[in-house]
Design a protein around this ligand. Structure first.
Ligand code: SF4
Ligand code: SF4
Length: 199
């Protein structure tokens, strides 16, 4: 249940200030974004309209601690369909960026950042890879790229991901954990599409 007494009236203004967050107030909740989202075909718990609505209501803790925020694949299908011309994918990105700044970063992203900091890559280049490249006639590559660590340092992202969240885990997150079975709507199934558009 959403408890509006816990709402933070400044939350939406914080998001609007961020790059990509400018269109937030234009959302009138039509759900076209949700209806066109390919991620929802596979997991209908993900709903960009719901994230935007909760943001407008000021439900900061619920939005920032929600695992669903990270489901967005940034494909821009929603952006193409939004009748209000909102850059929906960029708006979701703005909320993600704000979440990281506030200390909410999924463990998987932290691991990826650690790899980037240490290696400059998301995978380790081993002797096996270099030999394979040689066999294929490809030039050798460096095992590490130190410049990437410098870029990460410049953005201060490591500092943000290692900071503690400023709020407690949300009821939204808890209720997400209680869902044991995902009922996936089928692509091209008119009843599924209709159901999503109503949500
Ligand atoms: S399609 Fe645009 S206006 Fe409609 S709910 Fe999504 S963001 Fe809001
Ligand atoms: S950008 Fe994100 S919210 Fe929009 S359609 Fe793609 S996956 Fe869904």
């Amino acid at each position: 249940m959403i408890e509006l007494k816990n709402a933070d009236p400044n939350f939406k203004w914080e998001i609007i200030k961020k790059e990509g967050g400018e269109g937030l107030l234009k959302c009138f909740g039509c759900s076209d974004c949700a209806a066109s989202c390919p991620v929802r075909y596979f997991d209908e718990r993900y709903n960009p309209r719901k994230i935007i609505r909760l943001t407008l209501l000021g439900m900061k803790n619920e939005v920032l601690s929600s695992p669903f925020l990270w489901f967005c694949a940034h494909c821009h299908a929603c952006t193409e369909r939004c009748p209000q011309g909102i850059m929906v994918a960029d708006l979701i990105n703005a909320i993600k960026n704000y979440a990281v700044e506030q200390g909410y970063c999924p463990e998987g992203y932290k691991l990826q950042l650690d790899l980037l900091k240490r290696l400059g890559r998301l995978y380790e280049v081993e002797d096996f890879d270099l030999k394979k490249r040689q066999r294929l006639g490809l030039p050798p590559i460096d095992k590490t790229i130190p410049e990437v660590a410098k870029i990460l340092e410049y953005t201060e992202i490591i500092k943000h991901v290692n900071s503690k969240p400023q709020a407690q885990p949300s009821t939204f997150q808890k209720s997400a954990g209680q869902i044991t079975k995902t009922q996936n709507p089928k692509p091209n199934d008119p009843s599924s599409q209709e159901k999503m558009e109503k949500e």
